[in-house]
Design a protein around this ligand. Structure first.
Ligand code: ATP
Length: 137
């Protein structure tokens, strides 16, 4: 079955939203395949968002992601990538529909509380970045 990478960002963790976010994935029908609370360093944040290096907000984005612990997760299920993106909602919480995670829990794009892979290829890359070092053989 397809896997996707989901990360509760530091503001989601500090606001106590790991539980509600996990609940939504479980209720939808996803199976949790891996989970880890970790404080990422700038190098990992820069690698994770490598395709955004040229953006004016890149430095701010790396500051944000390294400002506290994140909760990294692998969720598994049918069309996992697309189903997770639908649960999470649009990147900008202003545009995210109520009923989505960002629509219900976030106000601003610079604090949108959660990340989900945008394609199966991104999911494989991000799972390798976050879980590759100590993944089961
Ligand atoms: P994510 O990769 O976090 O799931 P996304 O794929 O929906 O988000 P991207 O366009 O890849 O959206 O942007 C990655 C992240 O960069 C966003 O989630 C947000 O935290 C941050 N970001 C995007 N645009 C802006 C902006 N204009 N100002 C500040 N931060 C931004």
């Amino acid at each position: 079955q397809e896997q996707t990478f989901v990360m509760v960002k530091p503001d989601g963790v500090s606001r106590g939203l790991i539980g509600p976010i996990i609940t939504r994935f479980e209720q939808k029908g996803f199976k949790l395949a891996a989970i880890e609370l970790l404080h990422i360093d700038r190098a990992l944040a820069e690698q994770h968002y490598g395709d955004l290096k040229a953006k004016p907000f890149f430095g701010e984005l790396v500051d944000y992601l390294t400002s506290g612990p994140v909760c990294a997760m692998i969720w598994q299920g049918e069309h996992a990538v697309e189903n997770a993106r639908a649960l999470i909602g649009k990147t900008n919480p202003v545009e995210a529909s109520p009923g989505t995670i960002r629509g219900d829990f976030a106000m601003d794009i610079a604090g949108n509380i959660v990340h989900g892979s945008d394609s199966p290829a991104s999911a494989a890359r991000e799972i390798g970045l976050f879980f590759g070092r100590h993944a089961a053989p």
